[in-house]
Write a protein that binds this ligand. Structure first.
Ligand code: UDX
Ligand code: UDX
Length: 460
């Protein structure tokens, strides 16, 4: 079959894989190839056991793989073959040199730009899909512009706003698609080409355009605003715990103001995931770089409150359990950074497990999708950790349950059965406020929610 467009994506991660699968699904007349420097990733995408768990994704991959969606290892050849190249490689926080722990590490990006330049034999549209600091496209353009001969590259910015766990529905029904381009003749032509792809399934009024820098910055700012709401509600949860206020009631009353809205107001143990912290630190670095210290400090406080929330939660466990955890068995329910994903990057569960182990507690971790990653995250840490998928078996013989991920299945557990199998007095720390606290208290648990008074059977 002759395909209308030949599209390549470099980077087969959480963003590259699902977003290309949807394009392939929606545009059967386009051929999409995804490559990655990690050959194991490509093997996994070609297997029955995809490297990324996302509800609904396996069905879409099954329908398209081998027809118009391909996962390949020959990066150089694929660069030659394709006309449109998405770049979705990771941009972790820099761990060395200038801007360490703040700025984005752009080495993979630059390497990819050079690779594209070296192996291209015809003009191409290059699209940044990774979240990048403002003006990265400029650097990419400079590298690509040094290509010899008549080959021209048009660089577009097209940040991805999907969230993990809901990637498929977010990609199928995005709130908006943002495309940043230059206002030059060839920039506008490249932009029209990309609009043409999305317009196959996204209504035109939801496809918005801007200059490249606004597009790059919008992605950082959108993530910073979302994270800021989580830190705002978490900061108030600390106040609720000191007073008789209940964070769920406060969030409901505040969120019903249509100007504020009710989303991202769920108090918990703090945000995780590969994006929020990294993108805010990136924003902080940009602000400091431009001498805007007050603005930098404002956004940095969002990350500080997030750390404070996790420290507070851990201190609460220790204090409530008579200030010693040594030799006690603690069952962690949920290790992924949110429900419906196996991703554990920056998951608060990593910090909390480490702190529990540092107190010499024995930690038993249960999660329906994240145990493999949990074992990688905690490898080499001193102490006893067990991984048991079945929550009933995991909880048996434990002194406390600690809920860290908002998996639906935890709401449906038989807490009476669990209570009977635990050491008494039994403790329950609900880091996500997802279970029925009064019911669990009535069963016999001492219950410690977030931002609500504790329900304890102990007399003061
Ligand atoms: C996310 C977001 O896309 C991005 O916005 C953010 O900047 C970084 O994290 P994600 O898809 O979640 O990316 O990252 P990851 O799952 O780590 O995937 C990146 C892939 O790129 C990896 O599979 C890695 O092997 C690949 N890669 C990295 C290359 O193919 N080439 C490189 O030079 C470097
Ligand atoms: C985020 C953005 O939502 C998405 O647009 C962007 O493309 C990538 O970063 P993601 O990190 O996958 O997506 O998940 P998200 O649903 O935003 O949750 C992030 C973290 O915040 C999770 O740890 C989640 O548990 C936490 N959270 C979210 C809360 O604690 N309370 C809330 O009310 C919402």
């Amino acid at each position: 079959m002759k395909f209308k467009k030949k599209i390549l994506c470099i980077g087969a991660g959480y963003v590259g894989g699902p977003s290309m699968a949807i394009i392939a699904y929606k545009c059967p007349d386009c051929r999409i190839t995804v490559v990655d420097t990690n050959p194991n990733r490509i093997d996994a995408w070609n297997s029955e056991d995809l490297p990324v768990y996302e509800p609904g994704l396996d069905k879409i991959v099954k329908k398209t793989r081998g027809k118009n969606l391909f996962f390949a290892k020959d990066i150089e050849n694929q660069i030659k073959e394709n006309d449109i190249i998405f770049v979705s490689v990771n941009t972790p926080t820099k761990t060395y040199g200038a801007g360490a722990d703040m700025a984005a590490d752009l080495q993979y990006w630059e390497k990819t730009a050079r690779q594209i330049m070296k192996h291209s034999r015809s003009s191409k549209i290059v699209i940044e899909k990774s979240t990048l600091p403002v003006k990265t496209a400029l650097a990419m353009e400079k590298i690509l512009a040094s290509a010899k001969g008549k080959i021209k590259f048009d660089v577009l910015s097209n940040p991805e706003f999907m969230a993990e766990g809901t990637a498929v529905s977010d990609l199928e029904n995005p709130d908006r698609v943002l495309i940043g381009s230059h206002e030059t003749k060839s920039g506008l032509k490249a932009r029209a080409e990309l609009i043409g792809i999305y317009a196959r399934w996204v209504p035109l009024e939801k496809i918005i355009t801007s200059n490249i820098w606004s597009s790059e910055l919008s992605k950082l700012v959108a993530n910073a605003f979302l994270a800021q709401r989580v830190s705002s509600i978490n900061s108030i949860s600390a106040l609720c715990e000191k007073t008789d206020a209940d964070i769920s009631e406060v969030a409901k009353a505040v969120g019903m103001d249509s100007r504020i809205g009710d989303k991202f107001l769920k108090a918990g143990i703090g945000f995780g995931g590969s994006c929020f912290k990294k993108d805010i630190l990136n924003l902080v670095y940009l602000c400091s770089y431009y001498g805007l210290q007050e603005v930098a400090a404002y956004w940095e406080s969002v990350v500080k409150i997030n750390e404070y929330q996790q420290e507070r939660f851990m201190a609460n466990i220790l204090n409530s359990m008579f200030s010693t955890l040594a030799g006690k068995k603690i069952c962690i329910l949920g290790f992924s950074f949110k429900a419906d994903t196996g991703d554990t990057r920056e998951s608060p569960a990593i910090y909390i497990s480490q702190k529990l182990l540092a107190e010499h507690a024995e930690v038993i971790i249960s999660d329906p999708k994240a145990l493999k990653n949990a074992a990688i995250d905690l490898a080499g840490i001193k102490g006893t950790v067990k991984y048991i998928e079945d929550p009933y078996r995991a909880a048996a013989g434990c002194h406390a349950l600690v809920i860290l991920t908002d998996w639906d299945l935890y709401q449906k557990l038989d807490f009476q059965k669990i209570y009977s199998s635990m050491v008494k007095p039994a403790f329950l720390f609900d880091g996500r406020n997802i279970i029925d606290h009064k019911k669990c208290f009535a069963i016999g648990f001492n219950v410690y929610p977030i931002g609500k008074p504790a329900l304890s059977h102990f007399k003061n």
